[in-house]
Design a protein around this ligand. Structure first.
Ligand code: PMP
Length: 452
């Protein structure tokens, strides 16, 4: 029987890769059989291994294999799993009360998280927030608020954009398979416009920002009508669409256009927020101050919490009772968020994310020199990716991407694929990962590419 220390994850978990069985091992196989019998098939999993504990840059499975984590549970555990301050604060709160409903008898933690959001998000104007349970719910609320405030209906979103799996957010999301296929009809008044995707821009990356922005402005002006447009909703660095960094200049132009026409500019920072890209928020990179910002994922060290934060006059537009939900801003999740934010400040996690880029990017660029399969290396901070193509072309190579990911998994490295064409390997390590694990993970990636 394992001791308490052996069971605990978080900061105490040994920071080394260890393979004691094949991947998956027998205990994971047994659990997978049970999962297949009882969990809906629509809930997939990237790797066929079941987690037992996790901390730092390691996820340990039920067979005792210790895997290097380049996924952070899809950009969530930026402060690491079971981070000390998250566990401490959430545990204290668990013992006090687990739920009263913020709409029945509110509590300080909810207010404190909103105060932190006002301090940390871009811009020094008066701000207010609402707390909800998931990223999709945050985006839904941002759209509700923008529509109420503007008394307009149209919402502008982008090619390759991803905003969630609820009905409205499916409509906002670009990619059909697997997110939308068979789940229609979708919400109306959603308009998709071009994204400034430098690697795939037809006239080349140099003109990308200007040309794409001109196309967006034209579409909104001529086809939708500025007076009908409630919101522009955009990820400042696209996540599920393939870690696309919009060409420099594109975002500021759109923000300016939105301001000129009273359109609410919504930055979806659910994946990019909370230190991931080397700044507290990715918008800061080009000095963008969004009207509304949606956050989730990294905000609470793994507990479900999400938020919409924005200009007080916009956030206050809706009538009392118009926004909310039973669990929104759960007290344990709020305590965890305060612990996560404390950790981000104490460890200066934006700097850690920049350091991860310093370690990883040169290695990825060197790999691209050697492997013509790598068409593009991109991203910022600890949100980096390589796009795989057929050598000498820009034709997406999803099959090789899946093979490289599978080889990494077998070697004990958790990596995720992404992108509209399924041909992007993305790297999202916890920001607290040690440099030795980072380097070892890159060695595994290199061996996987070489062994193709
Ligand atoms: N927006 C973005 C940019 C995301 O990356 C995600 C999740 N991948 C969402 C929205 C939806 O968040 P959730 O899965 O918490 O609903």
């Amino acid at each position: 029987m394992s001791t308490t220390t052996e069971r605990s994850g978080g900061p105490t978990l040994p920071q080394e890769r260890r393979l004691v069985t094949g991947i998956p091992g027998p205990a994971s196989r047994e659990l997978m059989a049970r999962k297949l019998a009882t969990v809906a098939s629509g809930v997939g999993s990237v790797m066929p291994v079941f987690a037992r504990r996790a901390g730092g840059g390691i996820v340990e499975d039920v067979d005792g294999n210790a895997l290097i984590d380049f996924g952070s549970g899809i950009a969530v555990t930026s402060v690491g799993n079971s981070a000390e301050a998250v566990v401490r604060r959430a545990t204290e709160q668990l013992a006090l009360f687990t739920h009263t409903c913020a709409m029945v008898t509110p509590y300080e933690g909810y207010v404190e998280v909103c105060e932190e959001l006002a301090r940390l998000t871009p811009g020094d104007h008066p701000k207010k927030s609402i707390l909800v349970n998931s990223g999709a719910e945050a985006v839904e609320n941002a759209v509700k608020i923008a529509r109420y405030h503007t008394k307009r209906q149209a919402v502008v979103v982008f090619e390759h954009g991803y905003h969630g799996r609820t009905n409205l957010t499916m409509a906002l999301t670009a990619k059909n398979m697997p997110y939308k296929h068979g789940f229609g009809p979708f919400a109306p008044e959603v308009h998709r416009v071009p994204m400034a995707y430098p690697f795939r821009w037809l006239t080349g990356p140099d003109a990308c920002a200007e040309e794409a922005a001109a196309m967006v402005v034209d579409r909104i002006t001529k086809e939708i009508g500025t007076a009908n447009t409630a919101a522009i909703v955009i990820e400042p660095l696209l996540g599920e669409g393939g870690f696309i960094v919009p060409a420099r200049g594109f975002l500021p132009r759109l923000a300016e256009f939105a301001r000129e026409h009273g359109i609410v500019f919504v930055a979806d920072e659910i994946q990019t927020g909370f230190c991931r890209t080397g700044q507290w928020f990715a918008c800061e990179d080009e000095g963008i101050v969004p009207d509304l910002i949606t956050t989730a994922k990294g905000i609470a060290g793994g507990l479900p919490l999400a938020a919409v934060t924005g200009r007080a006059e916009i956030m206050d537009a809706a009538h009392a009772g118009g926004l909310g939900g039973t669990y929104g801003g759960n007290p344990v999740a709020c305590a965890a968020a305060l612990g996560a934010i404390e950790t981000m400040r104490e460890l200066d996690l934006p700097a850690r994310a920049r350091r991860i880029e310093e370690v990883m990017k040169p290695r990825l660029l060197a790999l691209a020199e050697k492997h013509p399969l790598i068409g593009d290396v991109r991203g910022r901070g600890a949100m980096l990716a390589i796009e795989l193509v057929r050598p000498g072309t820009k034709e997406p190579d999803a099959a090789s991407t899946a093979s490289v990911a599978a080889a990494c998994h077998r070697a004990g490295l958790i990596v995720l694929t992404t992108g509209t064409y399924g041909n992007v390997l993305r790297f999202l390590p916890p920001l607290v990962i040690g440099e030795e694990l980072l380097t070892e993970g890159l060695d595994i990636l290199e061996a996987a590419l070489t062994g193709l």
